[in-house]
Write a protein that binds this ligand. Structure first.
Ligand code: PGA
Length: 249
């Protein structure tokens, strides 16, 4: 079955109520695209963002969730809470979470499982550092992150994988199309449902490089940080999706 292209925006710790007109601004590009469009705003804006895009087909997601459903975890947000606020997806294991909060593969796996249990699609992020790539270990590192971060029972589960080389995030650098193609095909070999699982590329995706990256066979979409903050740039990335898409199962 064909995989539907997914263009996801990660606003990170950016945005305010005044940013919500973004949804109207990208609506024409979203309407004209076969791709699924997802925006992950900060959790303070999630409910309002879900209201702002109601009926447009655009979806909203969380940027992280706790591994438990509720409890004494000050400052954390659970997957059911995100779901209730209107999320369909949640990013887990982003390299900024792994680096800033010391998140391990085991924790990312627990979060992925919590997401699935709450009815959310986990967008599981993996990616090597510059040192690891230079040492020729990129594929090995990413394969090991996948082995540790995917939910225990992941067959037939609605998972999304995001390959984001750490050195490409927010730096303006992107992996070469050959490196992305090789990595995505290596990732696909590690997945229990290789034919149906959507694999995104992330790391300085912008209007100028989106068509080349999205044109690769094993690239099923993009996870976009900086360029998802500007509706013009994000709309241009959506417009770069040329591949014919079919609905997800
Ligand atoms: P970037 O971020 O597009 O700003 O590089 C991507 C991400 O962190 O998901």
């Amino acid at each position: 079955m064909a995989r539907r292209t997914l263009i996801a925006g990660n606003w990170k710790m950016n945005g305010s109520v005044s940013s919500l007109d973004f949804f109207d601004a990208i609506a024409p590009a979203a309407r004209n695209s076969q791709a699924e469009i997802l925006i992950c705003p900060p959790s303070t804006l999630l409910y309002q963002a879900a209201q702002a895009c109601a009926g447009s087909g655009i979806r909203v997601g969380g940027q992280d969730c706790h591994a438990r459903q509720s409890g004494a975890h000050t400052g954390d947000i659970s997957a059911p809470m995100l779901r209730e606020a209107g999320a369909s997806h949640v990013i887990v294991g982003h390299s900024e979470r792994r680096a800033d909060h010391g998140e391990t593969d085991a924790l990312v796996r627990a979060k992925s499982e919590a997401a699935l249990e709450a009815g959310l699609v986990p967008v599981i992020c993996v990616g090597e550092t510059r040192e690891e790539r230079e040492a020729g270990r990129a594929v090995e590192v990413v394969a090991s992150q996948l082995a540790g971060s995917l939910p225990e029972k992941s067959r037939d589960m609605p998972l999304v994988i995001a390959y984001e080389p750490v050195w490409a995030i927010g730096t303006g650098l992107t992996a070469s199309v050959d490196d992305v193609a090789n990595m995505h095909s290596a990732i696909r070999e590690c997945l229990p449902d290789p034919l149906t699982t959507c694999i995104l590329y992330g790391g300085s995706v912008k209007p100028g490089n989106a068509a080349d990256l999205l044109g690769l066979d094993d690239v099923d979409g993009a996870l976009v940080g900086g360029a998802s903050l500007k509706s013009i740039d994000f709309s241009a990335i959506i417009a770069a999706v040329s591949r014919k898409s079919e609905p997800l199962r």
